[in-house]
Design a protein around this ligand. Structure first.
Ligand SMILES: C[S@@+](CC[C@H](N)C(=O)[O-])C[C@H]1O[C@@H](n2cnc3c(N)ncnc32)[C@H](O)[C@@H]1O
Length: 250
């Protein structure tokens, strides 16, 4: 077990509050239940569930080798988690257009992990897919909080699913509060390649999965079309848009 495992949830919660919340686009109201700070982390998290999540991760006593964070905004979450749970190298992917993204230039210098790759652009793009292929079988942690549409989050999961090493940890954010992500969560929960390890009791919804098996890689064009996870669901889902109703004979 690492040293952080002995820390209490309350200590982590105080650190979350000290790190500072994110602001809505109006630049005035904090996103969460704690105030923003001018040079803070701009966390888009609720203090209670996020500190419980970080505590759970720290209690694993595991050192991760390579993390992939999809949807980082300010990057505050990427930094905060790594202060409590060691992740040696990190890849981040983000559109780079959110109002909190400019903070990433400052925050990335403080992340306790080697920034292996910064993919600024659409996580569903060919460019992102190609850039991640050399890391196949090496990703042992992923935090997915990018596109919150059902198709978008499923494609991010599909991307990571092919890159994971067996036993990797995958975290989904907003599995309660965003209906499309809640739908994705229900599907992944029932998928044989994933096992739920931890699920927050309320608030935004953070779910920690263990990846029992990585997915068999499929070419990019299937990612581009897909809304499912893994070849089985993929084909089932792919068939749907092409099914034509038979014309009634008059
Ligand atoms: C909710 S914010 C992430 C908050 C951050 N994880 C945190 O905890 O503070 C979602 C981020 O995902 C990014 N995003 C949305 N769609 C994306 C896509 N298709 N590809 C890459 N990033 C995307 C947005 O630009 C935004 O920065």
């Amino acid at each position: 077990m690492n040293q952080q495992a002995t820390v209490s949830v309350e200590t982590i919660r105080q650190a979350v509050v000290a790190a500072g919340s994110s602001l809505y686009r109006d630049g005035i109201r904090p996103v969460a239940d704690f105030p923003a700070k001018p040079d803070g982390l701009f966390l888009q998290q609720r203090s209670g569930e996020y500190s419980e999540f970080v505590h759970y991760m720290a209690s694993m006593g595991r050192t991760f080798k390579l993390g992939l964070d999809i949807g980082v905004a300010s990057g505050g979450q990427t930094k905060f988690l790594r202060d409590w749970c060691p992740i040696e190298r990190t890849i981040v992917a983000d559109l780079g257009i959110q109002h909190e993204f400019p903070h990433w230039a400052r925050i990335k210098k403080t992340v306790r992990s080697k920034i292996e790759l910064e993919l600024i652009g659409d996580s569903h793009s060919r460019r992102t897919y190609d850039a991640l292929q050399p890391y196949k079988g090496q990703i042992d942690f992923s935090f997915i909080d990018g596109d919150h549409s059902y198709g978008g989050v499923m494609r991010d999961i599909m991307l990571a699913h092919e890159l994971f090493e067996p036993g990797a940890i995958m975290v989904l954010h907003d599995t309660i509060v965003v209906p499309d992500v809640a739908r994705a969560y229900e599907e992944i929960k029932a998928h044989p390649d994933f096992e739920v390890l931890w699920h927050s009791k309320g608030e935004f919804g953070i779910t920690v999965f263990r990846v029992l098996r990585p997915a068999k890689p499929v070419p990019y064009w299937r990612h581009w079309l897909a809304y499912g996870v893994g070849p089985k669901t993929l084909w089932k889902t792919l068939k749907k848009p092409f099914k034509r109703k038979k014309k009634k004979s008059t």
